[in-house]
Write a protein that binds this ligand. Structure first.
Ligand code: CA
Length: 227
């Protein structure tokens, strides 16, 4: 079965290039140039995935994202944002609104196609249960016992460090903003500075030693657990 993609991009050349590459890769593509058109296309028939440019004339990409993610009938459609490098704060906002990933311009169409495939694959993979033991080569996370070990050696983590690590490791490859990690540790609407997450990450990496590089910094945006 072909996956359907809705491509929202006002720059004609980029739209054509992506449309060509996605179609060649076996996607069923609809391409539009405005946020308003995007919403009416989604209402007509929900796509499997949306590639959404953020800088659009009229209704911008973040408004489109907010609208789709706040409506339960469209909230589950994965969104990959297409952004300029200097739109870091928009990327963070988009992730917090529920966008799944982003690609910065200029990009190779191959990267966009690969990202789209990865998102659709992830969507069909169940997220491991809260108590499920996670194994990554040398690193083992045992949520039931709140234990983490590296090469068989138990590592002492604070409660917050454990929760951040577990939250990211359950979804390898996903990017989390600092604010999302604060939520994961303290519950929603807790007044903790997002910089305190940076401090926890430093501590976590140090304690994990050779496995510390599982936690990747996504510059200007947040963190992710390496795939
Ligand atoms: Ca644009």
């Amino acid at each position: 079965m072909k996956h359907s993609v809705l491509l929202v991009e006002d720059e004609h050349d980029i739209r054509e290039l992506l449309e060509y590459n996605l179609t060649r890769d076996g996607f069923n593509v609809r391409a539009v140039g405005t946020g308003e058109q995007a919403l009416s296309q989604v209402n007509a028939a929900a796509p499997d995935l949306i590639l959404l440019d953020l800088m659009l004339p009229g209704m911008d990409g973040l408004q489109v994202c907010r609208k789709l993610k706040s409506d339960s009938s469209t909230a589950n459609i994965p969104i990959v944002m297409l952004t300029a490098k200097d739109e870091e704060s928009d990327i963070v906002t988009g992730l917090e609104l529920g966008a799944d990933d982003y690609v910065t311009k200029p990009f190779s169409p191959k990267v966009v196609v690969a990202r789209a495939r990865a998102i659709l694959r992830r969507k069909n993979e169940p997220i491991p249960g809260e108590e499920e033991v996670l194994n990554f080569d040398q690193l083992t996370i045992h949520p039931g016992r709140r234990e983490v070990s590296v090469a068989g050696e138990a590592i002492e983590l604070t409660n917050s460090e454990f929760r951040i690590l577990h939250h990211m490791a359950r979804r390898p490859g996903w990017v989390f903003s600092r604010y999302q990690l604060v939520d994961a540790v303290h519950g929603e609407k807790h007044a903790v500075s997002d910089r305190s997450v940076d401090v926890m990450i430093v501590g976590l990496r140090r304690k994990l030693g050779e496995c510390g590089n599982y936690i990747e910094t996504v510059r200007g945006v947040g963190y992710r657990f390496r795939v």
